[in-house]
Write a protein that binds this ligand. Structure first.
Ligand code: SF4
Length: 410
């Protein structure tokens, strides 16, 4: 089976609209992130929202923790490029103000707003305005009564019960524009809570590992939780909660969905060989430079950086475009065909230039462009390949010598 045709069946959920972005009901899975500015700082917050949208966020959440934040939202929402969710923690009045400010969604934490009358007042107002609400259960701030009931521990069952209790309050006033999250910083706990929740409700689910921490460990934790659930078909919208620039959160979310084939590629998918004794450049360094050069360019291609021309073009023949090092030169190839040869210090700019050319004009035009240089590029690649093989032999990593030595020692 062609890897591109592998898909994961998705759990059927209802669909809600967060502004003009559909969530659930088979809609593309969306990426969310959260601003870390003071929401009252309108220009600073908008700047961050634009950066998050450019990095792949479909929906952005801003805190609404004080009256000035609600006023900020009233100014931010009309100018935002993406729908805005107001994050409400303890005071239900902030929720009412955020609705008045025109937000596209609210996020309530049932562990923090516990008076049924308050919850219903917010639900009624949201219903009148047709604004959805995320019920954000959080393992770290579970309702104390549920915590006691489950033996002084946060369990998946306790988190699901908290979500169901809250849903019941909303349903009492006929409010069903709901999405739910049951986040925890403990990955197995979070996975099991979402699994159980997905069994008992068809409201769309917002996935996340809360307080995942700083990269790179935070990225691994968040990915472990979110990716496991996505592979099981669970989840309609996701957020990486990293202790880092929120732009990283949006990028990671987008990258995860693209790598699952759940969203179309928006940015370059950079692949690079792991390097070995045959490498003729510092692969890490050049891959890093390429990553930075492509970071903000919306070019949906897979681009390869390979350490040698002996195996590079072959190992990366499925990439749309790639470059392999050899004899102080960069050998550029498009879908496995050598198209140009450039000095080593021009490898990254050349990759960027060809990626932009392919993005603007297509592959046929790129092959046409390569007509004049293709033969020379192939010959140069062969020369450098032979030279590398001559210098390093077939076994550049000396593996066979080590195996021989090991055998002798037995
Ligand atoms: S053989 Fe070449 S392409 Fe493969 S890992 Fe080594 S340097 Fe990279």
């Amino acid at each position: 089976m062609d890897a591109g045709s592998v898909t994961f069946p998705r759990a059927e959920t209802r669909q809600i609209m967060v502004g003009d972005v559909p969530v659930g009901g088979g809609a593309p899975i969306t990426v969310q992130s959260m601003t870390i500015t003071k929401t009252a700082d309108v220009e600073g917050t908008l700047q961050q929202i634009y950066a998050l949208a450019a990095a792949g966020a479909d929906i952005v959440r801003c805190t609404c923790n004080e009256p000035e934040a609600a006023e900020g939202l009233a100014r931010i929402v009309p100018r935002s490029p993406v729908p805005i969710v107001a994050d409400i923690h303890h005071q239900y009045l902030r929720a009412l103000e955020a609705l008045e400010a025109g937000v596209d969604c609210l996020r309530l934490n049932p562990g923090n707003i516990r008076k049924p009358a308050h919850i219903k007042a917010v639900a009624q107002e949201a219903k009148d305005r047709n604004v959805p609400i995320r019920i954000g259960v959080n393992g770290g701030s579970l309702d104390p009564a549920l915590y006691e009931k489950y033996g002084g521990r946060v369990t998946p069952e306790a988190m699901v019960e908290s979500a169901l209790q809250e849903i019941a309050y909303f349903e009492e006033v006929d409010f069903d524009l709901i999405k739910i999250s049951v986040k925890a910083s403990n990955v197995p706990l979070m996975i099991e809570a979402y699994r159980q929740l997905s069994e008992v409700t068809d409201y769309p689910l917002h996935l996340g590992v809360t307080e995942a921490g700083p990269p790179p460990q935070g990225i691994v934790k968040a990915t472990a939780g979110i990716a496991t659930l996505l592979a099981e078909g669970i989840g309609d919208t996701i957020r990486y909660s990293l202790t880092s620039d929120p732009v990283d959160e949006a990028r990671m979310g987008r990258t995860l969905l693209e790598s699952f084939g759940l969203r179309e590629r928006k940015n370059v998918d950079l692949i690079a060989c792991p390097s070995c004794g045959r490498a003729e450049i510092d692969v890490y360094e050049v891959a890093q430079q390429a990553q930075e050069a492509f970071a903000d360019r919306e070019i949906p291609l897979q681009v390869a950086v390979m350490g040698c021309v002996v195996n590079g073009p072959g190992e990366a023949r499925d990439a749309d475009l790639g470059i392999a090092a050899g004899n102080k030169r960069g050998h550029l190839f498009v879908r496995g065909t050598n198209v140009a040869v450039v000095p080593e210090d021009e490898m990254v700019p050349t990759l960027v230039e060809w990626a932009e050319y392919i993005n603007d004009n297509g592959f046929d035009a790129a092959m046409e462009r390569a007509k004049a240089t293709r033969d020379q590029a192939r010959r140069a690649a062969e020369e450098d390949r032979d030279r590398n093989l001559e210098a390093l032999g077939d076994d550049a990593n000396a593996s066979e010598q080590v195996v021989e030595l090991l055998r002798k020692r037995r």
